[in-house]
Design a protein. Sequence first.
Length: 409
Amino acid sequence: MIQYKFVVKLLAAFAVFSMLSVITANAAIGDLNAASKTISGNTRNVAAPSVQWDQTFGGNAGNSSGRRVLQTTDDGFIIVGTTNSFGAGNSRIYLVKTDSSGKEQWEQTFGGKTGNSTGRGVLQTTDGGYIIVGQTNSFSASKIKGYLVKTDSSGSVQWQKTYGGNALNFGAFVQQTTDGGYIFVGSTFADQAILAWLVKTDSSGTMQWEQTFPGTYGNNGATSVQQTTDGGYIITGTSIQSRDQSYAYLAKTDSSGSLQWQQTFGGKGFNVGMSVQQTKDSGYIIGGATNSSGAGKQQFYLVKTDSSGTKQWEQTFGGNGDGIAYAAQQTNDGGYIIAGTDSLTAANRTQALLVKSDSSGSVQWQETFSGRGDCTAWDVQQTKDGGYIFVGSTYPGHAGRLDVYLAKL
């Protein structure tokens, strides 16, 4: 059995204010610096799009990180993340609304007066408001609970609820379902094991059901979910076999959350799934990371499956250091856009890395971004104009703090 402390560390890795460990306090400072990278094999001579604009957000002190970004119906953007720049210094969920040029229109924070709250996912709802998922210990000192916050179009709270009976419960990703309710996924710790956790609520946030999945090896964390065209759900995450072995995990459920099938992907070593999306051919695309190839260097990992979860192909991508892809999305042309972080350990630098592939996973272009110094990318979306928007955090050198970083390509 995996030791308790190790399990807690792995589970926390799916949830906590992780940008503090991604970007070091002694990172070098610089201006925006996007440099094209040449990669071997399957590379097409396609120019990467240039940065149209970028913006930073956060208070005058403390740290702020952006975790998800979506284009809103008014062509602006909504960002969710975490900040300790406001209030008494505890971490709070941070919601920022911008116009189409990235200029802030309003910001809100959520969480209790004590304890810490972390924002992991956001979605604009059919009523024009927003649903946010994360976790908090602000309302129960002895437990970390999954946390949903529903706001109106101005970010004012309409309702908020917590979920989970175990000591550790983390919410990672949320969607509005076709019945007007919500589905969120995350991880929970029970009986000395990590379990992938799927929760369905009605439109008021009242829980209708929950399901847990131990995966193939009994320890399993979940990071992304989507309602599928048949009314069920597709989940990705990481199945943990041992300290030295993990696999990207994919599971399909019916509309009640009952498991229909599950699959794991990756070779010997470290393999994780971070995002999943149903593709136009009814299959699935998974974004994550692996060190099973490339002489042990950790790289972006992209896996395409058919509708039954059978692997059709896989690809790895990398920059100069260890990388992890946090988000992958199918683009209008049938290809994929992938976003994550490339850690240049020799130079003590961290860069955001975006990769664009065709429908077979062959690279068309890849680009790194340094933001205001060092930079990480947590999410990417294709915008209505065919460009891209990504969000993460950057180290601007202002008394050592981190800011939310938003860039439009």
